[in-house]
Design a binder for this molecule. Structure first.
Ligand SMILES: Cc1ncc(COP(=O)(O)O)c(C=O)c1O
Length: 458
């Protein structure tokens, strides 16, 4: 049996639990291939299927069968190992090694946050139970929620005029709640600046509740930039103006907020909240699904200007009324307790280990420029999607000359310990999401890989 290769792995979890092997003996099972095959991205069961078995075998099984040739598969980042000899043996054990995970979301978390979750999993200090097991109305959870809120307030210099809420339902629910709460008359207008796929989704819900004005749409240039102020067709007395500060799919960032006068600015900051210092006073509402830069899936962090709550209409279904959530202190119903706890830990990490938002912003800019430099210096081998002055520092999106080359890039990157680099299905190409928690080593390793890949294939 082969030993797992842990090289390059960031090991901090205990060794994997070894399954009691199920030993199966088959005769005359022939694999579809006799050559070395990639196992990356396939589960053990799937992999076994691809080599020609008629049965699926649970993870941890040892399978023995008579077979005339030799195939060896080993040492891939997922930790699947397959070894065949005349009698071949398959050890389906997944290791707990960590790869550099460039996923756009849910995304990589700081290692120390994962460690703290792990160490407190059985008993939250002082609670005698896991955070997963305590009441959302207990004193212990009060402390968790208050801690998360106050850390957000400290990080963002939250003014008195605004408050923090934790909601569920992701941006999908916000796309409905915003017009329901703030377009109180059918005749009122919401302006939307569409700089990518997420803004488009926001716009799509508005006409049910009032008038939609697309103040600008980047469709003509395939959403590769944000507009100048002079290009915006804003409605002077709009109920609000919406934009997405970082379009995660297109890798486009709104660096300077537009001037909207008295019209409140409502902003989807799902993929860049906490990535840099923020002037909260400029916003009517900020919302961010936490699973990218602020924690895990399940909670939406909202920062809301309190005076907007006066606009919420009593006729709204209670759950969809911001003022009800505000009055209930984010406990209108059972909140996503674990997700709120993780957001608190991420904020603590930002404060205590990363030195706050000004520091993390420098760090993020440094990481993104390393990647954009490779793109810019590749003589066209890599083409960045976003125009230079609209480039995101969270999602670096680029293409290679052909889809085949992109597939090869992705497969080799996975082999080299870098996962989830595939671009969004609507845009294709490659997307490296380098949120706050992506360590510099991850970016350096991608930079080295991209440089070598261009040299070999350019
Ligand atoms: C900018 C932006 N908004 C919203 C979402 C997701 O919203 P939801 O939580 O509704 O899936 C994403 C990504 O998943 C995003 O990148």
């Amino acid at each position: 049996m082969l030993e797992s290769d842990e090289s390059g792995a960031q090991d901090f979890l205990p060794p994997p639990i070894k399954h009691e092997p199920v030993v199966k003996k088959w005769r005359n099972v022939r694999p579809k291939t006799r050559s070395r095959r990639r196992t990356n991205g396939l589960s053990a069961e799937q992999h076994f299927k691809t080599i020609g078995s008629r049965e699926q075998v649970p993870l941890g099984s040892v399978v023995m069968a008579r077979f005339s040739s030799q195939v060896a598969l080993q040492d891939n980042p997922q930790g699947l190992q397959v070894f065949f000899s005349t009698y071949f043996e398959i050890t389906m054990t997944k290791t707990t090694s960590r790869v550099f995970n460039f996923s756009a979301g849910p995304a990589t978390l700081p290692k120390s946050v994962l460690e703290q979750i792990q160490s407190e999993m059985l008993s939250l200090p002082g609670a005698g139970s896991s955070v997963l097991e305590i009441s959302h109305r207990s004193q212990e959870f009060d402390s968790v929620l208050d801690d998360a809120k106050s850390r957000i307030a400290q990080l963002t210099n939250l003014p008195e005029t605004h408050e923090v809420l934790f909601l569920q339902g992701g941006s999908a629910l916000q796309n409905v709640m915003m017009p329901m709460n703030f377009l109180t008359e059918k005749t009122q207008t919401a302006d939307v600046i569409v700089t990518g796929a997420w803004g488009k989704k926001t716009a799509a819900e508005i006409s049910r509740f009032g008038h939609l004005n697309i103040a600008w749409d980047g469709n003509d240039s395939n959403y590769n930039r944000v507009p100048d102020q002079s290009e915006l067709n804003l409605t002077p007395n709009a109920a609000y103006c919406h934009l997405t500060s970082n379009e995660t799919i297109h890798g486009v960032k709104y660096w300077d907020l537009p001037e909207t006068g008295d019209v409140p600015l409502l902003v989807d900051k799902s993929s860049d909240l906490f990535s840099e210092p923020i002037d909260i006073a400029r916003y009517g509402l900020i919302y961010a699904c936490a699973q990218k830069n602020a924690g895990i899936a399940g909670v939406n962090v909202l920062i809301l200007k309190k005076e907007l709550l006066d606009r919420c209409d009593d006729r709204l279904p209670s759950y969809l009324d911001y003022s009800k959530h505000s009055k209930a202190g984010s406990r209108f119903n059972t909140p996503p307790t674990f997700a709120i706890y993780v957001t608190g830990l991420v904020c603590k990490w930002l404060q205590e280990e990363m030195g706050g938002l000004a520091n993390i912003s420098k760090f993020n800019q440094e990481k993104a420029s390393l990647l954009y430099n490779v793109i810019d210096q590749s003589n066209g081998f890599y083409s960045g999607h976003a125009a230079k002055d609209s480039r995101s520092i969270m999602n670096v999106v680029f293409t290679l000359e052909t889809e085949d080359l992109e597939s090869q890039f992705l497969a080799e990157a996975t082999d080299a310990g870098m996962s989830s680099l595939k671009g969004h299905r609507s845009l294709g190409g490659i997307r490296a999401s380098v949120y706050n928690a992506m360590p510099i080593e991850g970016v350096e390793s991608l930079v080295q890989f991209m440089t070598d890949f261009a040299q070999k294939n350019g």
